[in-house]
Design a protein around this ligand. Structure first.
Ligand code: 5GP
Ligand code: ZN
Length: 112
């Protein structure tokens, strides 16, 4: 059994509020949402961070799902933000690559 939290969520060993799944990608609502729409979109494969991506096609697959979810959640028209944290200064807390999809309210810029 993996010790990685997001691997375990993608394997459904740990429950989550899933919003999308296919062969390679899993998406679920953030447990501590920072906006009305706050979804985490992850590869099922364990990739620790954005700097560890070897096969760049996974990034396209993640964005394809992000676009579908933005439309499905109604934020394609109103606007949304995609965030990937890497490392200490960004506050990355979970060492499994995840794209935050945020929307449903005005998102301040620049972020803190
Ligand atoms: P990071 O700071 O690593 O970019 O973001 C990690 C995100 O994962 C945070 O927004 C946090 O709320 C979310 N998170 C942490 N643990 C869990 C969990 O067990 N379930 C869900 N759904 N989200 C989690
Ligand atoms: Zn993992």
């Amino acid at each position: 059994m993996s010790e990685c939290l997001f691997c375990r969520i993608a394997a459904k060993e740990i429950p989550s509020s899933m919003v999308y799944e296919d062969e390679k990608i899993f998406a679920f609502n953030d447990i501590n949402p920072q906006a009305p729409v706050h979804i985490l979109v992850i590869p099922k494969e364990h990739i620790p961070s954005i700097t560890d991506v070897k096969d760049l096609s996974v990034v396209g697959e993640l964005y394809n799902v992000i676009n579908k979810l933005a439309e499905a959640k109604g934020v394609k028209a109103t606007g949304f933000r995609v965030i990937v944290n890497h490392g200490k200064d960004s506050g990355q807390a979970v060492p499994h690559l995840h794209f935050h999809l945020l929307g449903g309210r005005h998102l301040h810029w620049p972020p803190g």
